[in-house]
Write a new protein. Structure first.
Length: 472
């Protein structure tokens, strides 16, 4: 525990939804819900306007539609969110060499290690300056918590939402925590919370009063002792700059159970390509390929295969996943598929030869592995997700709500919705102050193509070398 509040926790406000509102002038101030739009989809993020209707993260999308039927429902655009996250993380890196990202929109920062704060006054100044810089660079707001420990800093940032800063002075932790629900402590989920409630403990003060021995009896040595320390307001976990990834994976839940074996294999191939894209983006290769299959009855099977050497080759991963699928019974239907790579290593040129040998072995080739490695290097680009899919011999174009498009005549816009052969597009840009015009086209209109996300702020305006002027 520190004597000064030099641990900062940043949490961007309703990040995915706020980014969509900033990108789309017509959605500002209106309820926006981002997540899977199918019958089995769940809410990833809801804007504060949508939260007033009771919508929250992890809620089934069907329930969200019933609570807020007039909200804008959009698919996530993770590459867009990631680009904004990189800007935010760069600003955090200017504060300190010790930045611990927890997700795209959340991180801890050790201000003391960056020598930018050593007391309450300087810590508050650093936090306020960070919020200004984030707004200037991204047009979005974030909430900041400052405290002497990670646990209390995170609680402070939650109290600061939205768009605020809360500093909790070291020494006041027990007074702050005492009346709060036990669920505020890390590691206390619904099951543990209910177990404690049945034992008569509903507040943090109840835990402190019960004592360590009682908590150990109820929860076990490790969890009970840890929970007692946290109930005392004690948390000495350091800010860790590097959080090594153990695996990279992607998965999809399908609106309707898949029964056709060819379709299932096609989906596994696509997941393998997406997984390799993430693997390469992280700068890693991996030795173990993992296939996850959740069947119609919710039973989940996991199969894995370890290669002779680490790889980030899409063909190697795809074929390994295919071999694993052959050993899985999909009779009755499949509701979820996933492909992952574990046993990660930093990517090196020598990996090409290991993956070439694996490919040659899989294909039954007897040629020189070095020659195959050259081919692997020359064909290392992972295809982008297609916007066209073949159906019964014809090519049908799919336009997901929220995705960027560009029209040869009307310029940049985004998909509001599609169906019965038509797609509705609103043409507007992030820097506009007023909503744009709406137009409808045939889904196969040759002048309408997928577009790229536009910057949320005007890059032509300088902001003192720290960021650029935001649009609010």
């Amino acid at each position: 525990m520190r004597a000064a509040p030099t641990i900062l926790h940043l949490d961007m406000d309703a990040f995915f939804a706020a980014a969509e509102q900033a990108a789309k002038p017509s959605l500002r101030g209106k309820p926006v819900i981002v997540g899977g739009l199918g019958p089995r989809g769940v809410v990833a993020t809801a804007s504060y306007e949508a939260r007033r209707f009771g919508v929250h993260s992890a809620m089934p999308m069907g329930q969200a539609r019933r609570l807020a039927p007039n909200a804008a429902f959009l698919v996530p655009r993770f590459s867009f969110y990631r680009s904004i996250s990189e800007q935010v993380m760069e600003l955090l890196g200017r504060l300190s060499p010790l930045v611990e990202p927890l997700s795209l929109d959340e991180a801890f920062v050790d201000l003391e290690a960056g020598e930018v704060a050593d007391d309450s006054l300087s810590a508050r100044a650093a936090g306020e300056r960070l919020r200004v810089d984030i707004l200037a660079a991204t047009g979005l707001t974030g909430s900041v918590g400052l405290a002497g420990s990670k646990m209390i800093a995170k609680i402070a940032s939650e109290e600061a939402k939205p768009d605020g800063l809360v500093l909790i002075e070291p020494g006041t932790e027990r007074e702050l925590l005492g009346p709060r629900s036990v669920r505020i402590l890390p590691g206390v989920g619904p099951a543990t919370g209910e177990h404690l409630r049945r034992a008569g403990m509903t507040t943090v003060a109840d835990l402190a009063e019960a004592g360590e021995d009682e908590l150990v009896r109820l929860l076990g040595r490790s969890h009970g002792a840890s929970l007692y320390r946290m109930a005392q307001g004690y948390d000495d976990r350091p800010v860790v700059a590097e959080r090594d990834a153990k695996s990279v994976s992607v998965e999809d839940t399908f609106d309707v159970d898949l029964h056709d074996r060819v379709r299932i294999r096609t989906e596994v191939d696509r997941l393998a390509e997406r997984c390799v894209g993430r693997l390469r983006a992280s700068g890693h290769s991996g030795r173990t390929i993992v296939l996850k299959v959740r069947r119609y009855d919710f039973s989940t099977l996991t199969r894995s295969e370890t290669l002779r050497g680490p790889t980030d080759d899409v063909v190697v991963v795809r074929e390994a996943a295919g071999r694993l699928l052959e050993a899985v019974d999909t009779t009755g239907g499949v509701r979820l598929l996933g492909v992952g790579v574990s046993g990660l290593a930093d990517y090196t040129q020598e990996d090409l030869f290991a993956q070439a040998e694996a490919r040659a072995e899989a294909e039954g080739q007897a040629g020189d592995a070095g020659e195959v490695a050259v081919a692997a290097a020359e064909n290392s680009v992972v295809p982008e997700p297609a916007v066209e899919a073949e159906a019964e011999g014809a090519v049908e174009r799919h336009w997901a709500p929220g995705n960027d498009v560009r029209h040869a005549v009307y310029g940049a816009g985004w998909v509001q919705g599609s169906g019965v052969g038509r797609v509705t597009v609103r043409f507007e840009e992030p820097t506009w102050s007023e909503p744009g015009r709406v137009r409808t086209f045939a889904v196969d209109d040759p002048e309408l193509v997928p577009g790229e996300a536009l910057p949320l702020v005007d890059r032509g305006v300088d902001a003192g070398g720290v960021g650029v002027a935001g649009t609010g």
